[in-house]
Design a protein around this ligand. Structure first.
Ligand SMILES: Nc1ncnc2c1ncn2[C@@H]1O[C@H](COP(=O)(O)OP(=O)(O)OP(=O)(O)O)[C@@H](O)[C@H]1O
Length: 289
């Protein structure tokens, strides 16, 4: 079974007397451990799709299955639970709290958990070290470069050990060199942790790094690239739950792709989670852009 299965998803918004069809009949599957880039021109539905995948919004019609639950039909309380347990979010403008240090910003993601202050400190410190910022933990966001601020935001998204990391234009506010560093960081985290990574971008340099690209145009999704073998060459992989292969916008993976070798599984939480499991993200981290 795929981690995500979207069927005939539409999302309509009303602007004055006009109706905007932001998503128009989207079919999409995402397997556990995939890295999917959602690429397309501005205003064509990328963020809307990401928000449905992150349970930040619901479709107007169709179903968004995540681990077997239809996110379109869950109560608000259960949706909040799924978001808290399963998703980490990274945004274009970092969304850090300006008055808190890097360390404190990362710790905010753990506050809703019954985690001791000592454990929060330890886990946030580890998350900052994982993104290469161990020596900047006492800095305020204004004392950090854009790339460093995005690293803090990534540490905050990952400190709760989510199954899925959803990143909306994570390099959209960065220069080219920093963009490359952040994408390399995300790629490394994806490889090492068996994360499912979903990145929204209008930048083809960024999109091409992902083994799968879903191209979105006028709310319709089609598959541009599906290099499952690249995805499976990672150091840490997951059981191919998505054995029936991907179908995006009616496109089905080729027999060759489907026949890619089966790899071994390593538990997602091998890195260790403090008691209490995953936590709700702070409001500022889950707010729609
Ligand atoms: N809350 C909303 N109310 C009304 N219209 C909306 C809303 N959110 C999105 N839209 C419209 O839906 C369409 C798709 O928007 P979306 O933000 O998903 O595009 P995008 O591809 O992410 O664009 P960008 O690259 O500029 O962020 C656009 O026409 C947008 O104006």
């Amino acid at each position: 079974m795929a981690m995500y299965a979207l069927t005939e998803v539409t999302k309509r918004f009303t602007k004055g007397r006009k109706e905007v069809r932001a998503l128009d009949g989207v079919d999409l599957t995402v397997a556990d451990g995939d890295w999917l880039a959602i690429q397309g021109p501005t205003g064509h539905g990328k963020t809307t799709l990401l928000q449905l995948l992150g349970a930040l919004d619901r479709p107007s019609s169709g179903s968004v299955l995540f681990d077997g639950d239809d996110l379109a039909r869950l109560s608000e309380r259960r949706l909040a639970g799924v978001r808290a347990r399963s998703f980490g979010f990274v945004f274009q403008f970092f969304n850090l709290i300006p008055t808190l240090t890097a360390q404190e910003n990362v710790e905010t993601a753990l506050v809703p958990l019954k985690v001791s202050a000592a454990s929060r400190r330890e886990r946030a410190g580890r998350a900052l070290a994982d993104v290469g910022l161990a020596d900047r933990s006492g800095h305020l966001p204004a004392e950090l470069s854009g790339g460093q601020q995005q690293r803090v935001a990534i540490a905050r998204a990952l400190v709760t050990e989510p199954a899925v990391l959803l990143a909306d234009e994570p390099t959209g506010n960065l220069d080219e060199d920093t963009r490359d560093e952040i994408i390399a960081l995300l790629e490394g985290l994806w490889k090492d942790r068996g994360l499912t990574l979903i990145t929204v971008t209008h930048d083809s340099t960024v999109a091409r790094r992902a083994p799968r690209i879903a191209w979105i145009s006028k709310g319709k999704v089609s598959l541009r690239k599906d290099d499952r073998r690249a995805a499976r060459s990672r150091a840490v992989t997951t059981e191919p739950k998505d054995a029936d292969s991907a179908a995006v916008g009616g496109a089905v993976a080729t027999a060759e792709q489907s026949a890619a070798p089966v790899t071994t599984t390593e538990p997602r939480d091998a890195g260790g989670t403090a008691p209490g499991g995953r936590v709700a993200l702070p409001e500022e981290a889950t707010a729609a852009e």
